[in-house]
Design a protein around this ligand. Structure first.
Ligand code: SAM
Length: 218
């Protein structure tokens, strides 16, 4: 069982949650906010509770809800603890890639996204496809941008190199915040980007298991 399932807290450091609070408090974002990967909803409850009920933007959460037993019930309890009715949040229980395809087909738009689901290179790259639906002037935050998670750092670095209309606004702990400054010349994350990420992920996983074997022999 993950610690967050019992503590109900965000899987972020105080420095990271503070940076997120500051961004949301001072950016006047009124459009839909998205969290991909919520765990116990610790960060979600903080973000939702930052806004007064009357002016609160719509929140969408995408998660497979298989992180620990009764994940959905725990998230609901967590939201109740800060006076938020869970029915106010649009939960989409499923894999982020299938949910992305549905959201894109429906023409959805977002002002803010927090990407914090699987940290594998191929999965983070796919999750960055959601930025096609990020409005100009909006922000995407990526958690665990740190050497311990090369899948996240490589996906983010490749994305920034490929889409110069995004700027790196802040790195607080391992929370990387990017801003979309203009429409992208080509839709974010091509089939080629995804293919390269699949190959890269294969070698990252292979490297990881070789290191484990060497470590267990030593
Ligand atoms: C690191 S935790 C999220 C932590 C949370 N953002 C916080 O700050 O407390 C990762 C979450 O991503 C979800 N997840 C992992 N892979 C996923 C996928 N492919 N699609 C949707 N959700 C996924 C897990 O179920 C888990 O709840």
């Amino acid at each position: 069982m993950r610690a967050s399932a019992t503590t109900l807290e965000a899987e972020m450091t105080p420095e990271e949650t503070q940076a997120l609070d500051t961004l949301l408090q001072f950016s006047s974002l009124t459009g839909t906010h998205l969290e991909i990967g919520t765990a116990a909803g610790g960060t979600l409850k903080r973000m939702v509770a930052l806004y007064p009920k009357e002016t609160r933007p719509r929140f969408v959460v995408v998660d497979t809800m298989k992180y620990f037993p009764d994940q959905m019930g725990i998230v609901a309890r967590n939201l109740h603890s800060v006076g938020v009715d869970p029915s106010e949040v649009d939960f989409r229980v499923g894999d982020s890639w299938s949910e992305f395809r549905k959201a894109e087909a429906a023409g959805e738009q977002f002002d803010f996204m927090l990407i914090d689901a699987s940290h594998k290179l191929n999965h983070v790259t796919r999750d960055l496809s959601w930025t096609r639906m990020l409005k100009v002037g909006g922000y995407v935050a990526m958690h665990d941008y740190a050497p311990k998670f090369p899948g996240v750092t490589q996906a983010a670095d490749r994305f920034l190199a490929r889409y110069p209309n995004y700027s790196r606004e802040k790195l607080a702990g391992s929370l990387l915040i990017l801003k979309k400054n203009a429409e992208s010349a080509a839709a974010e994350v091509s089939a080629g980007d995804r293919f390269a990420a699949e190959i890269g992920n294969f070698f990252q996983q292979l490297g990881g298991s070789v290191r484990k074997r060497i470590g267990s022999r030593g």
